[in-house]
Ligand binder design. Structure first.
Ligand SMILES: *Cc1c(COP(=O)(O)O)cnc(C)c1O
Length: 466
């Protein structure tokens, strides 16, 4: 497909700009650009076709099943977009006087109230722009808390090996030493290993529950108790709250601070790089350290300008208020039901890594399948593309080899899940009959198999006219 710049024809245009309503000024010497910007010149028809073609080449939730584990690619109701498009929200200036921003303030207050109720926290900030940014903010709260008590011995953060990769990265970026602990054979935290890692130098533990294996840790109360006993704090990675929202609360599990990915669970489409929001909540004793907190003696950190990605918060509030007290837990229960249904429908071919009830997602272990057929998890993922399904998350979590991790979400129907399960089963058979076909898939996609190392190391992000 040609780039829009390559489709450009000198002199063609479609822009009809509104008349200028501000005073026109001459820029001072040295401020104006020397050459005109090299913008593409196309007719309106061509622009429209260009973007329609791009749209047709993308696989999104509106195209088909998108079971990308840990990413919660659910359908986001249109009403959330409509509310976020209201002019009173889109045209507001962050420095506008208070009397003119009362509505926006009410949205932020409602979001804080609802999400504190859902999570069992006492205060919340919406500054962080993404999940990892929220983790960074949350772990800084832990750091500030210990510093405020002159407790300087606490240099270590404990992270289980099933954690999302951002957890150890966050702890390291906040200046902590990361202590990795292995999972027990059942996929939960190994209590003995945790015990061995805990001590006077423990600043805290970072955990997600359900974890990245899709398993709810039954020892969660014991785990947080053990951490608190040695004076550490408990951080909850709530990126995947979709599995538990309205059913159980991280605050009641014993966690002191959390982040939520509003763009995963609370109705902001994601995958294209943002904007998102990594809301951070905490218990009352940490509130003074929240960004924007004006409590005397603690300046509070600033991790982003103003109120963060405000329109994402508008969507979250709309989502919560439209689903309501009954709808929120119902969504979570259906997310769990759908994952268990799909797992059992696939079982007998591709086997789950843990044969037990899962939460919002499950992990398939294809190592034996690969030994038998030579077809890898990657080959299955590529073959799913040919069948109109976005591949599940692959080779994650790292502790399962040849892993595929589907997360169907609550917004898929039984028919879609049945169809997907049939496709998985067909591919299982196909791998035995024609492994080479699967190893060379996808056959019907826009591109085949890109060189992933080249694509990651030497991405071409800028086009230059030759
Ligand atoms: C997605 C995810 C993150 C990171 O969120 P971003 O918004 O991509 O930074 C962190 N932890 C878990 C468990 C996740 O699923």
């Amino acid at each position: 497909m040609k780039l829009i710049f390559e489709k450009s024809t000198q002199g063609r245009s479609c822009s009809i700009l509104p008349p200028c309503d501000v005073e026109q000024i001459e820029l001072k010497e040295g401020l104006a650009r020397k050459t005109k910007p090299d913008l593409p010149q196309l007719s309106e028809t061509d622009v429209s076709r260009h973007y329609t073609e791009l749209c047709n080449r993308v696989h999104g939730v509106n195209n088909g099943f998108y079971p990308l584990g840990s990413c919660t690619m659910k359908y986001n109701p249109r009403i959330d977009e409509q509310m976020a498009a209201l002019e009173g929200f889109t045209s507001i200036h962050p420095l506008a006087p208070d009397y003119s921003t009362k509505g926006c303030k009410a949205v932020l207050d409602t979001a804080e109230k609802c999400l504190c109720e859902i999570t069992g926290m006492d205060g919340m900030t919406f500054q962080p722009a993404a999940g990892a940014h929220g983790e960074f903010t949350g772990v800084l709260l832990i750091k500030q808390y210990h510093a405020s008590r002159n407790d300087t011995r606490r240099t270590k953060i404990i992270v289980p090996d099933s954690a999302h990769g951002t957890n150890p990265a966050t702890a390291a970026m906040c200046g902590f030493e990361v202590v990795n602990i292995p999972s027990a054979p059942d996929g939960c935290v190994d209590l003995q290993a945790l015990k061995g890692a805990l001590g006077e130098d423990t600043a805290g533990l970072m955990l997600t529950n359900p974890n990245t294996l899709g398993i709810f840790d039954e020892n969660i109360l014991e785990i947080t108790r053990m951490v608190h006993e040695v004076g550490g704090l408990c951080y909850y990675d709530g990126a995947n709250l979709n599995a538990v929202m309205g059913v159980v609360r991280p605050g009641d599990m014993g966690f002191d601070c959390i982040h939520l990915n509003l763009h995963k669970t609370f109705a902001t489409p994601h995958g294209g790089g943002g904007p998102g929001a990594g809301a951070v909540g905490c218990k009352a004793f940490l509130r003074a350290f929240l960004p924007g907190s004006a409590i005397k003696g603690h300046e509070g950190i600033q991790v982003r300008s103003f109120a963060g990605n405000f329109l994402v918060v508008v969507k979250a509030v709309t989502y919560i208020l439209t689903l309501g007290k009954e709808g929120i837990p119902e969504a979570a229960r259906n997310a769990v039901l759908n994952a268990n249904y799909l797992m059992r429908r696939i079982q007998g071919t591709f086997e789950p890594a843990f044969d037990r009830i899962c939460m919002h997602e499950f992990v398939l272990d294809l190592s034996r399948f690969k030994e038998e057929t030579g077809v890898s998890a990657l080959d299955v993922a590529k073959s799913l593309i040919d069948r109109g399904i976005h591949p599940p998350t692959m080779y994650f979590p790292l502790i399962v080899h040849e892993a595929l991790m589907p997360e169907p979400t609550e917004t898929e129907s039984k028919e879609t899940l049945d169809e997907a399960a049939d496709i998985f089963r067909e591919l299982y058979e196909l791998a035995r009959k024609d492994p080479d076909y699967m190893k060379s898939s996808p056959h019907n996609a826009q591109i085949g198999r890109p060189d992933e190392v080249q694509a990651a190391r030497n991405p071409i992000l800028r086009w230059k006219r030759t």
